[in-house]
Design a binder for this molecule. Structure first.
Ligand code: GLA
Ligand code: GLA
Length: 659
């Protein structure tokens, strides 16, 4: 379980990234006064301030940061102090051109944006750790210091590097994994296309070549790259732990948008789990379902325990094709949507909107329009709401359904040369989560080898690669009576992305009581009808039933008349990609899981509960009109005691301490 910011920050955390280096010092006092007005309790300070703190190699200038820390402390604002290593200064890149990242085509990418470094660069590591050590020594006793914020969104822009330094590091990583070249050749299946390596020096990152690279090389390179970034994180963490013991440490993840890192490995190394989430304004999935996924995925990384929403936006972002501002009320519902699912607060990018730079059109807590604005009024109101919700801190979300998520499986499935480019791995996991969200059923995202015993049902929407641990774990779970619902194209390959020799779906054909004879992906935009009234698209398979019962068959399409959905005991197999509605209906009944609370369709209900103590029902009304919910308790936001049904205002939120 993840640590908490408490007791260094009382109650729920509220604030945002604070980048004072963008402003004259005369603005700082006003910042702190307005933070107090908004109810800000903590800021993430100086995330991109490396050049400000170390303007030349070895010349550290901390006096301005000293003053800021003092001003913030005097104002009652705690500091999540950044190690500032996410954007190396220009002087560093010029002095160490070999630290610049190289793309698969061999093109060196230059500085002038941010995160322009090779994750395996020793020079970067050395200079970053020097800065971290200085910061830790200087501020470890500062009373404003609440947490260390390492780096920022690892791998957001520099996930993979193909330079010579990376090639050496990749070879060293492979040598540790395979001990000898025979092992590597076997794992990568290099007998194919005459790819056999006879000297380690021949082995490269998957640089641009004339046609498809070896898929296991691609997969291992992704594993290696995740480890390379993680080694940078643990190196910073270890300096902080040594120099500044006892202070919580985090780095902000992107659980709903970054698939470059194996976050399960990261979660093991990360004392406090925090996450950044930005709604995709024009995506077909409603914003609230996107928020629910991000929060549930982050809580999964926190082992079901506490985590913190480190960034979201008060209104528009600046990096989507059309950056839509949020409607009135959306900010409160989005922030509390995260809190409802276990976040111990709501933080933003960023405190004060920038006047210059590529993010000047990104919203902030204090917008360009200043305090005479909808955003500011909603920011102040949210501060008040979070203060009134303080008692939910530490309460846990109870979910009865688990959704399996495995990064290497998604990486292997999303490599080139698959039967269809339309069957995404991570997207499909999100789609199943959204189906449960529509059904009002709470879910945890978990690793396939995690303890599944507390769940009434486990969903495996997309588990193309299942290693031996995952297979054993899932098999044990079903043997003890758990319900398993598995999506198509699962259990086919081992950890090296080699097909298992058993009949398809290799790992699970016995468990499911079916054999896949042939894969029949559908043409683009085609759909098929099933005899239970549902429709499907993208994907079909020719199934032959060994022991399972057929629940639905295809009425048309390439495998008309053949089984589409089967059930064997408590294990279900979907050989196709059901429509959203059909998937929702199937999961609502097949999981056998209770809904969180009976609510009208426009209302989302989520519950947090203190072990052996109070339980809190969050009711988020996404409709314009008021909604009536059969629930009793005291609304923490207004103090209203609802003894009959509770009324949730249109676009509003009620948080009941349940009677
Ligand atoms: C070409 C090549 C074969 C094989 C097929 C696949 O014909 O000669 O080696 O790659 O394409 O369709
Ligand atoms: C990410 C980064 C922030 C900022 C926001 C903009 O989350 O961490 O620095 O760029 O995106 O949405």
């Amino acid at each position: 379980m993840s640590e908490r910011l408490a007791p260094r920050v009382k109650g729920l955390s509220y604030g945002g990234d604070y980048n004072p280096e963008q402003w004259p010092e005369s603005v700082w006092a006003e910042d702190v006064a307005l933070m107090r007005e908004a109810g800000v309790t903590v800021v993430s300070l100086g995330i991109f301030a490396w050049a400000w703190l170390e303007p030349a190699d070895g010349r550290y200038e901390f006096d301005r940061l000293d003053r800021l820390m003092d001003i913030l402390h005097a104002g009652g604002v705690a500091v999540d102090l950044a190690t500032a290593t996410a954007s190396p200064p220009a002087w560093f890149s010029v002095a160490h051109p070999e630290s610049l990242p190289v793309d698969p085509d061999g093109r060196t990418l230059t500085y002038g944006s941010r995160q322009a470094f090779c994750p395996s660069s020793p020079a970067y590591r050395r200079k970053a750790l020097d800065l971290v050590e200085r910061l830790a020594e200087r501020y470890r006793e500062h009373p404003a210091l609440a947490m260390w914020h390492v780096h920022n969104e690892y791998a957001c822009h520099n996930a993979h590097c193909y330079c010579e330094i990376s090639a050496d590091a990749f070879r060293a990583w492979l040598q540790a994994r395979y001990t000898d070249l025979d092992g590597l050749n076997a794992a990568w299946g290099t007998a194919f296309w005459s790819q056999t390596y006879t000297d380690w020096a021949q082995v490269q990152p998957p640089r641009a070549t004339v046609t498809s690279s070896n898929p296991t090389q691609l997969l291992d390179f992704r594993r290696f790259s995740s480890d390379a970034h993680l080694a940078n994180f643990t190196a910073e963490r270890d300096v902080l732990t040594r120099v500044s013991p006892g202070v919580p440490i985090t780095t902000n993840l992107m659980a709903a948008s970054c698939y470059a890192l194996d976050y399960w490995q990261w979660a093991r190394e990360l004392p406090v789990i925090s996450n950044d989430h930005y709604v995709l304004a024009e995506a077909p999935t409603p914003p609230a379902a996107q928020t629910a996924y991000a929060a549930d995925a982050t809580r999964g990384l926190a082992g079901g325990g506490s985590w913190l929403l480190m960034e979201h936006s008060t209104s528009a972002v600046n990096w989507q094709p059309r950056n839509l501002a949020k409607a009135p009320g959306a900010l409160l519902r989005e922030s509390l949507g995260h809190v409802a699912r276990g976040s111990e607060g709501a933080m933003f990018f960023q405190w004060r909107a920038s006047r210059a730079g590529s993010e000047k059109w990104h919203s902030a807590m204090l917008p360009h329009a200043g305090t005479a604005s909808k955003v500011w009024r909603e920011v102040v109101a949210l501060g008040g709401a979070l203060r009134r919700l303080a008692e939910v801190e530490g309460a846990r979300v109870v979910a009865h359904v688990a959704i399996l998520l495995d990064y290497p499986s998604g990486w292997a499935q999303e490599a080139p040369n698959q039967p269809s480019t339309d069957l995404g791995a991570f997207d499909e996991i999100k789609r199943w989560h959204a189906a449960l969200w529509r059904a009002g059923i709470a879910a945890d995202l978990v690793h396939p080898a995690a303890d599944l015993s507390r769940y009434v049902a486990v969903l495996a929407p997309s588990l193309y690669l299942a290693d031996d641990d995952a297979i054993a774990n899932i098999t044990d779970y079903t043997a003890s009576g758990g319900t398993l619902i598995m999506g198509p194209y699962s259990g086919l390959v081992d950890r090296n992305d080699h097909l298992r020799t058993a009949p398809l779906p290799g790992a699970f054909h016995k468990l499911l009581g079916v054999r896949v004879e042939e894969l029949f992906p559908l043409p683009e935009a085609a759909s098929v009808a099933l005899d239970d009234g549902s429709t499907a698209a993208v994907w079909t398979e020719q199934l032959s039933v060994t022991e399972a019962t057929v629940l639905a068959s295809y009425l048309d399409g390439p495998v008309a008349g053949e089984p589409a959905i089967t059930r064997f005991g408590e294990t279900w197999y979907l050989g196709t990609r059901l429509s959203d509605d059909a998937l929702t209906a199937l999961l609502a009944s097949a999981t056998g899981a209770p809904v969180t609370h009976r609510v009208p369709a426009q209302v989302e209900a989520v519950r947090r509960r203190h072990d052996g103590g109070n339980s809190y029902l969050f009711l988020l009304n996404h409709g314009d009109g008021p909604a009536v919910v059969d629930a009793r308790g005291t609304d923490l936001l207004t103090g209203t005691a609802w003894t009959g049904p509770a009324e949730v205002p249109g676009r509003g939120v009620v948080v009941l301490r349940e009677a």
